[in-house]
Design a protein around this ligand. Sequence first.
Ligand SMILES: Cc1cc2nc3c(=O)[nH]c(=O)nc-3n(C[C@H](O)[C@H](O)[C@H](O)COP(=O)(O)OP(=O)(O)OC[C@H]3O[C@@H](n4cnc5c(N)ncnc54)[C@H](O)[C@@H]3O)c2cc1C
Length: 475
Amino acid sequence: MAFISGDEYVNRINQLKSEVWAGGRKVDGNISEHPFFHGVMKSQAELYDLQTDPQLKGVMVHKDKNLQQEIGTSYLIPRSQNDLKKRREMIQVWARHTAGLMGRSPDYMNTVLAAFASSVHLLKGQKNCFPENLFNFYKFAAENDLTFTHTFINPQKNRSSLACFDENSTNAHIVERISEGIIVKGAKLLATQGGITDEIIVFSAPGAMDASQAFAFSIPSNTKGLKFVCRRSFLGNGSANDSPLSSRFEEQDSVVIFDNVLVPWERVFFYDNIKVTDEFYIKSNFVPFTLHQIVTRQVVKTEFILGIAQTIVETINISEYQHVQSKVAEIIKGLECEKALLIQSEVQAKPDQHGVMVPDRFPLYVAVNLFQENYPRFAEIIQQLGASGMVNLPDEAQFQSVLGKDLEYYLQGFEVNGHERVKIFRLAHDLCMSSFGSRQTLYERFFFGDPIRLSQIIYQTYPLDKHVNMVKKFI
Ligand SMILES: Cc1cc2nc3c(=O)[nH]c(=O)nc-3n(C[C@H](O)[C@H](O)[C@H](O)COP(=O)(O)OP(=O)(O)OC[C@H]3O[C@@H](n4cnc5c(N)ncnc54)[C@H](O)[C@@H]3O)c2cc1C
């Protein structure tokens, strides 16, 4: 069976014993029991269990004709509008389970790998490229339902346009090409979920100036010399009552260090090729497929935020005020635009020359770029509506103490007791104000790239001619 359960995921990751550094110490023992990872691995395991739910099988599992077996739908390379719809429905099942708060639920990277695999023809005949390695690896990953983290971007040492002349680059680069493979040394900016996945896909983002920094490969997370160095945890106090979201969905981000890591040839997709590094990212199906996954998740996350906004409105009874209605309407407008753009991308999908059904990238580019602006605004609206309620939050221990009855009474809201009211506001606080919540905002702003440069790409690639011609005709 090519799709795994939650237990299989957890056992597999525990057995890897990858080199993960958390809180100044190397993680020892089962990583799933470490406080930094316990909650998120449990949530991820729940996602895998949904794959094995007989009632969801029609959505979560796909009988793949090419691979001649059942695979997780997130690995499906769509060949029809129905396939695209099935992918969306599958992504939404997982996103609903996490309220869209796990940006790196496994479908994200599974989609990326499927997109790369559907574009291997772009590597054929190119120097230092191994399209068959990429396709075989996709098959292997789908057949074993592997989980992935990834790292694309170089460390943030020097972002000036002259950074290429920096002689002491910290960027991961190839130091040797030997009979067994390439040897990589240096660092990559970060990998969300680094250390709790089977593999890491390493892919140079476009713009590499040195051929030694232009490569793509995948290696097991426990490869010798590979280190994941975690940031401070944003778990809150770890209690599901006090930190209802971070206790479950804190995905962790880690710097990735390559200490002379050997990447075997069969895992190298391309190397020493700046042209392919620049072109594969844009010309392959990576952008449309990945954006389709992202926007699908973001729709669910916006539904959740809208729910929280309206729950706050009802809890303190502020719906009569015109500005309150406008603020909630802002979220509604954002949601309806995202939903429309997502469906538009499917309606305008076209098969490529290899029969792969590719969603239209422009509605998706627009949706994700809009969300980069809208999401921080949504978080701000929640704060504006919640006001002092966002901080007036005694923790669960206070409610369980002798003060509990007083708190129930004095912190009551409109038609809800104090305990219920505080639970609602804890959720809002964790979403928009905790360190976990602030990271969520930063994530939505940046994880698919800098919003400024994304809007530049939209401008530079959008077919503007026909609009200019329309005006010329009119004149
Ligand atoms: C929470 C989080 C999780 C992430 N997870 C992952 C992950 O799992 N894997 C992964 O590979 N990446 C991940 N990323 C990285 C993400 O792809 C980058 O943050 C994004 O591409 C922006 O790059 P940067 O952070 O280096 O910002 P920079 O490029 O350093 O930008 C910093 C500032 O300088 C400006 N700037 C820099 N260069 C230019 C330029 N050429 N033109 C105009 N303005 C410029 C930007 O507009 C911005 O204001 C994650 C990021 C975040 C915040």
